[in-house]
Structure formats: C-alpha cells, structure tokens
Design a protein around this ligand. Sequence first.
Ligand SMILES: Cc1cc2nc3c(=O)[nH]c(=O)nc-3n(C[C@H](O)[C@H](O)[C@H](O)COP(=O)(O)OP(=O)(O)OC[C@H]3O[C@@H](n4cnc5c(N)ncnc54)[C@H](O)[C@@H]3O)c2cc1C
Length: 468
Amino acid sequence: MRYDYDVCVIGLGPAGMAVSIMAAEMGLRVLGIEKRSLGGECMSVGCIPSKALLRTAHLRHAVSRLAEFALAEVDPPQPVRPFARIAEHLRFIDEKKTQAMFAKVDLKLREGPASFVDPHTVEVGGRPHTAKRLFVCTGTRPAVPPIPGLADVAYLTNETMFGLDAVPESLVILGGGAVGCEMAQAFRRLGSRVSMAHMDEHLLPNGDWDAGRLLEDVFAAEGIEVHNGRKISEVSETSAGVVVKTNAGETLRGAKLLVAAGRRFDASELRLENAGVEVDERGIRVDAALRTTQRHIFAPGDANGAYLLSHAAMHQGMIALVNSILPRPFQRGFRRYAVPWAVFTEPEIAHVGWLERDLKANDVAYETIEAKYEDYGAAIAEGIAVGAVRAYVSPTGRIYGARIIGEGAAEMINEWGLAIQNRLRIHKIMMLQHAFPSMSFLSKRVAEGWAMSRMRTPWVRRLVRLVT
Ligand SMILES: Cc1cc2nc3c(=O)[nH]c(=O)nc-3n(C[C@H](O)[C@H](O)[C@H](O)COP(=O)(O)OP(=O)(O)OC[C@H]3O[C@@H](n4cnc5c(N)ncnc54)[C@H](O)[C@@H]3O)c2cc1C
C-alpha cells in the first residue's frame, strides 16, 4: 500500500520534535501535527518558562542579599511583572529558532487535534492522512485532584500560570513535587506570600527524603509555609481569593491557587481505539522498544508515563524512530539508559541512578561517599557553601547512583550519568582532571574519598609495606 507519508508524528513537544526533525533529516516524508504550539508543554508552559521565572526570582533574591551587605540599593517594592518578558522571549525562540527546525517537515499547526481513523490513518482539520509509521507524542495534562469545591474555583495550573499579569500578593500551592517546589521558591522570591500543602511525608517524594527535608529547611528560612502529609478537605473562593482547608484543621488563604499535583494522560481526542492502541493507568502502553500494542505505532515521551522529563522525551523520540527503522536485533530498549533529573530550586537538587532507599530495599551492599560544599575552599569563598556531592558505590567501585545538592548540581549530575550508563568504575572519575576551581571538582573529591577508603584497608597497607 502507498501511504501519504513515511512518518506521521502527533504532538510536537520534545519527543515529537526529536522524531520529526530526525526523520526529515534522514530523507523520510514526514507529517507533523501540533494542535497548540511547537515545542509542546516544555517550551510554552513547562521547563523553559519555569526556569526563566526562577532565574528572575533568583536574581531578585541575589540583589536583595547584596542589599543586606550594603552592596546595592533596592528600590521600594513594585508590582513584579516577569510574565510579559518571558512571553516575549518565548515568541522570539518560536519565530527565530524553532520554526526553522521544521523546514523539511510537512506541518499541520493549529488545525485542531489529530485523531485516529484507523491504524494507518489520522485525521486533522477534517482531512485524513495516511502514514506507514506513526508516533503518538501527545504528552500529558495537569492532574486535578477530586477535592470538594476545587472545580468551582478559578485555580491556576502550569497551563495558565504563565499568563498571569503580575505576581500575586499570595499563593497557595497544592503539590510538593518538582513543579510545586520550583514555583514556591520562584513566587516567594518574586514577592508572594507562599504556602504549600501536599500528601507526601516530604517535599520531592520521588527523590532521597533527606534532600526533601533540606529543601523544607531552606523554604522555612525563606518564609514559605510547607504542610506535609495533608489531605485537602475543601477549597472555596471569596472576594479576596481562595481558601484551602486541610484535614489537619489548617486554613490556607491565597490571592491565587496553583494546582501542581501531578500529571494525567488525556486520550479523549486521539480516538486510540480506532487504531487498536491500548492505554493503562500511566498512559499509552509501550514495550521496551517504545512500540504500542500496534507494531507500527510508537509512543515516546510523557504519553507513556515512564519518566515525565523533557530530556527523556527527546531521547525516547530518537530511540523510537531508530527502532521503527532498524531490524529487531539492532533495536534499543529505552530503559537501559541513565535518566538524570534536576530540580532547579536554590540549592539545586539533582539525581541519577539508584536512590538510597531502593538500594536498602533491595539489600544491595553499598557505601555512601560524600564531599560537602562547606569543606571546599572555592565554595566557601564564593559564598555558596551549601550542599554536597554524594555517590552510592559498590565495594568494587561500581557507581549505583549519585545525588548532588548545591550550586551547579544540574550541570554536574551529567558526568555521573555518563559514568553510570557506561558502567565506569569510580576511579575513572578520580583519574579525570577536573578544571579547578569548578564545583564539579567536588565529584573528583568524592572519587578520591572512595579511593582513600580503599587505601585504609589492611591488604593495601601490607602491600605498601612490602614494596617500600
Ligand atoms: C512547570 C513545568 C516545569 C517542567 N520543568 C521541567 C524541567 O526542568 N526539566 C524536564 O526535563 N522536564 C520538565 N518538565 C516536564 C516536561 O515539560 C515534559 O516532560 C515534556 O514536555 C514532555 O515532552 P513530550 O514531547 O512528551 O510532551 P509535551 O511537551 O507535553 O508535548 C505534547 C504536545 O502534543 C500536543 N498534542 C496533544 N494532543 C494532541 C493531538 N490530539 N493532536 C495534536 N497535537 C496534540 C500538545 O499540544 C503538545 O504540544 C516540566 C513540566 C512542567 C509542567
């Protein structure tokens, strides 16, 4: 059968961009369908604007700290309006950078949502298009918990938050994950009074718990109210804003309410049943090769619910495309790759590999080796002596996981990801000369710490005595 296209990609966020741009570069005929904007959630209402907001917030915080040291004057408080500037930058990226990347892709942009007619046919804007291989890269939407009263309140999610005119006087956040934490610190530093409530025992429940606890201390010092382990019993609205009641009897009030309580896969428009593509509680069901229940249909990115990270979505896009082309023996499983992640609060928190609690739960023998920023001259002198680089290492030097808290953590974690993914032993990190005085020098210090602990073993001492 002759198809209109070799490849059809539904949704052009990080996953869909990776598939469509790579496929077009390979000379395939590619149809890309996007109902909103190029770059997906990541570009318009996710990673990029949230990090831009955080950067503005951190700068404002830094200036106020300079004022404490009498090194700068601070103007009296003004309404803070960072959103228009962020929107302007996003427009520039879209017009001057992103659109050009799609030069070789046949684009259906803002013509409506795509839906399946049959396993090889997709309809958009009332017109059918056929393709040999299809990639469903439609991501997720914010999950809105079934809290009494919430549906009647004008709450914000990441999809609407960046459309605010000005930073609100006060903000209540439901959720203690990465988005909740980043936005709590951003809005606090931009002048809002912020309170958070969430169900887990600690902030950032998907990471090491002590990292979440450390962030709670930082937040407390900055005046962010954190309520862990709470259920929300009711939400209502008054002329002054929202009122949130918790099961512990607290009442949180805010001019605005942000719901950052996780993600959900939304299959309502896709009509996956027409294609024979099955979903489960996380999203579209995929195998290790990112194939759905139809051999020629793939679902990389957040739509399969595996990682919910942009870089993972891009990576999966690449893997899925390659797997759709290569014969089975050359195909790659997407779970064999390390997936570092980072939370861009101050201090930053980043992780790759096993969490300590998973090592414990699986009875894995490991040592924790740590180098603290407070013991590093460069960090002390630069006034950033908060945090630590930590690795979980086997007795023979295999690196199970790494966790970094502190300045530069999101940059530094990638070195550990490379080591874990390539099964490099920790002495390889020690033997790499790290530029000094960079913060990643602390990674080398961790490796040196591990090597030093080996030197203290009786057999090394005996060997040294023997040869000297
Ligand atoms: C506030 C926030 C901050 C974040 N920060 C980070 C971060 O710092 N680092 C990180 O790694 N991740 C971050 N993420 C997560 C990241 O945004 C997602 O993991 C990433 O965008 C997923 O990419 P994707 O391509 O799978 O899906 P998406 O980016 O969600 O793209 C899906 C696209 O499909 C389109 N679409 C959906 N249905 C249809 C249809 N039927 N027809 C046509 N088009 C359709 C949508 O309009 C959308 O453009 C953040 C998320 C949020 C909410």
